[in-house]
Design a protein around this ligand. Sequence first.
Ligand code: ZN
Length: 63
Amino acid sequence: MSVHRSPFERLREKFDESELRCPECGYVDTEGGWRVTTSGGRVQYQFVCPSCSAVETREVRLE
Ligand SMILES: [Zn+2]
């Protein structure tokens, strides 16, 4: 059996598994998720803390 998944999907799984914890106030979001935007060869993940509105951004390059 072979399962072909895009790098994007693998990345998404990785982020979904990681805990969303606000670095500013320590709020842990158990239901929310990263907002994902793609442009060119980059994927940008953004999380806005519902508690203090801090914005956490991570950018990943797709090879
Ligand atoms: Zn926060």
